[in-house]
Design a protein around this ligand. Sequence first.
Ligand code: CA
Ligand code: CA
Ligand code: CA
Length: 402
Amino acid sequence: MKKRYWSIVMAVVAFGCASAQANNLLLNGSFELDSPTTGTTAPTNWNMTGYRGIVSAGYANGSTDGTNAMVFDNGTGSSTPPSGTHSAKIWQTVPTKPGKTYKLSFDWGAYHSSAYPQKLLVQVIGFASLVSNVYPAVGNDSPWTVWHSHVVGFVADSNHTTIVFADATDNGEVGSADGLLDNVVLVEEQFRVFNVDFSVNNPGSGGYTGFGAAPHGGTNWNNWAPGPKWDHNFSTPPFTATLTNLTDSYGFPGEVDLTLELFRPYDVGSSQGGMDAAVAPALMSDFFISSNVNDTAALTISGLDPTAIYDLYFYAQNGAYSNAITMFTVGSATKGVTNTVNASSFIEGENYVRFQSVKPNGSGQITGSAVTGLPGVNWVSWNGLQILEQPRPPEGMMIMIR
Ligand SMILES: [Ca+2]
Ligand SMILES: [Ca+2]
Ligand SMILES: [Ca+2]
């Protein structure tokens, strides 16, 4: 009996930790396993064809993780083999689960001459070709290597998937600039995340792309712009609208819908008054307000999995003004932001609130609402939300915890 109890506790601990440190499915993704070489041998655990490709620690600002990076087409025309073909290609094949979402992230940089941009072809190949993207990078004399971080998501369609990085530089560069690759990480996403940016459809107002406060996920946001910025005319009817089939944070189609009742789009950002928020201005400077200053806006999220649990992140910042207190209610819980400053990062309780482990009803719906915390003084400012979906642990497992 004692042993049984222990094993159940361990299962819960493992579940709790699964989100924090997912394992890299690629081996030697930071290219740290080799002593830097000047030859053209494949890095440990990678396959390689073409040339030139080396592992190096000798570049200024030449890595983003550890000390080594993979360098494409180093050397000169008199190197053996010569620089200039830009034909090096490295790849690994890893086990994957069909239907699961994966996140591939990597840093790609160019060393030295800005006159010769370097290009990297990234391919993900399962049963079909899942990804084929080219990423340019432009170097500089200082800081010598200019890095960019990239994230790409895919849904596996096979029990094995091949990840390919190939030099795609096509400007004939020889001996003037090099391409550097580091910090390649492939993980299976444990959660799905749906992001929605509440926007206006005025020219110059934009949808956000990037990370929010929720852990994990890609950078895709559903940009919901149902109408222009409210014209301050109360005879303009407020909106009641539904956004259907949200795409997830990688842009893959989902089945989640949002309905918001009695709201008005509003914007104080660069194109509509110039009061941009310091953090994520495309998200945090435009927002939905309620139909009148003290009115409540009601939210219904539908199409959810009744067997899953959801963490909800609600964003509330009225651009650089930072003087709107928005109170959100989900179920019996009410949480508000303080919105005291034009914060330069996402701060829980300051510019967003989080409701954890919310269970949908049997029809797969969660309802909530927003109302001002400054009655008669200032309005709701609701910038958007993130919906993080995770499997619900078995009920019996929770009972054993004490
Ligand atoms: Ca490295
Ligand atoms: Ca080169
Ligand atoms: Ca927006």
